[in-house]
Design a protein around this ligand. Structure first.
Ligand SMILES: Cc1cc2nc3c(=O)[nH]c(=O)nc-3n(C[C@H](O)[C@H](O)[C@H](O)COP(=O)(O)OP(=O)(O)OC[C@H]3O[C@@H](n4cnc5c(N)ncnc54)[C@H](O)[C@@H]3O)c2cc1C
Length: 339
């Protein structure tokens, strides 16, 4: 029988992130599909609130490694805590979300416990009584379902693949574990991040809004209109709270010293050498829709594009709807309608 351990860290306020709750659903489904047992392991300054949130999820035991040392993301203390949780639960399968903190620590835990790890999974299922992991390869061009005989098998699951667990909270009994603390050589002084309204990459947004190099090109009047483009793009983002993406051509312009939209960075780049975000809908503007870009749209369910060129890549089976029109005029009208 498989023993499944779900691992998570708490957020600053003691809660679990939405992405972490999504993987609770995955672990729960896997445990019931395998008729296995489910345990929870939590790391954080104080894990009681997170444990209470999972009180009704069907876990046999909730283990906790708590204390000031575990309040922050730090490889040495995270690995020590996760290792202690695994040693307490003795799992055959260990599941967590593939966020930055756990993606950094989980491979080290797998190594210390003589296990194997597979990362960035997008699905977990059961076939013939065996756990099956799903993962995309070669920049999301190929997908594979596979399992492994080795145990413990560590699995980290990408955000956006399961519905978040939303069971009723309760009063959880947390079984405390005491990790062997490493010599502390790294002090976390704080986190630097942009203000919420400057943060334009929004993984939970309903819509991905993609900008292409056309926004900076000469238009019908023979001139460029970059400040107007910036106002239209930011107007749409502010009005909809969509997530901002870009083609490679547009983000590269900043590095080449050309006039460029200042709020775009390489982190916004979608595509083969960029990101593969997950959103229910996507709207591409002034972007040609070439394959190395569109491969990053693998997980965008409904795709629309705006382009002056009726023969652009989007017209060749890459979008559900292509509006052949001027994106400046169209987005101006859309923003007016958004108020
Ligand atoms: C190995 C490799 C990896 C790559 N990886 C990536 C990647 O990760 N991501 C990526 O994006 N690209 C990637 N590329 C580059 C990719 O092939 C394209 O060159 C790039 O996506 C083009 O960007 P674009 O569509 O914004 O620009 P362009 O091709 O210049 O297209 C601009 C578009 O804007 C339209 N336009 C102009 N004005 C208007 C207007 N007023 N209204 C409406 N439409 C207008 C034009 O008709 C045109 O179609 C990669 C290439 C290679 C070789």
């Amino acid at each position: 029988m498989e023993t499944i351990l779900y691992l998570a860290h708490t957020e600053e306020d003691g809660s679990l992130s939405k992405a972490a709750l999504e993987v609770v659903s995955a672990a729960k489904d896997l445990a019931s599909g395998l008729s296995g047992s489910l345990a929870i392991g939590l790391v954080g300054r104080d894990v009681q609130a997170a444990a209470d949130a999972l009180a009704g999820c069907g876990a046999a035991t909730i283990y906790g490694a708590s204390g000031e040392a575990f309040a922050v993301s730090r490889y040495s203390t995270d690995v020590a805590a996760l290792q202690a949780l695994c040693q307490a639960a003795k799992p055959t399968l260990v599941i967590s979300v593939a966020d930055s903190r756990l993606s950094r620590a989980m491979p080290g835990v797998a190594q210390r416990l003589g296990g194997r790890i597979d990362t960035h999974l997008t699905g977990l299922s059961v076939k013939d009584g065996q756990p099956l992991a799903t993962r995309w390869y070669y920049r999301q061009r190929m997908v594979a379902d596979f399992n492994r005989p080795q145990r413990p098998w560590f699995l980290t699951v990408d955000a956006g693949c399961f519905a978040a667990y939303a069971g009723a909270p309760g009063q959880a009994q947390v079984q405390a574990v005491t990790p062997v603390l490493p010599v502390e050589r790294t002090k976390v002084l704080g986190i630097q991040s942009p203000a919420a309204d400057q943060q334009t990459i929004r993984p939970d947004a309903q819509v991905l809004f993609v900008t292409g190099a056309g926004w900076t090109k000469k238009q019908a009047d023979g001139a460029t209109h970059v400040p107007e483009a910036a106002a239209l793009i930011l107007g749409f983002l502010n009005g909809t709270k969509a997530s901002l993406g870009s083609s490679k051509s547009l983000v590269d312009m900043g590095g080449e010293g050309e006039s460029v939209l200042p709020f775009l960075t390489h982190l916004h780049q979608v595509g083969q050498t960029g990101s593969t975000p997950r959103h229910p809908k996507g709207l591409a503007t002034c972007c040609h829709g070439e394959e190395p870009h569109v491969v990053g749209w693998r997980f965008i369910t409904e795709r629309r594009a705006v382009n002056l060129d009726a023969g652009c890549g989007w017209a060749r089976g890459k979008a559900d709807v292509l509006y052949v029109t001027d994106a400046f005029a169209l987005m101006k009208r859309v923003n007016e309608l958004l108020g």
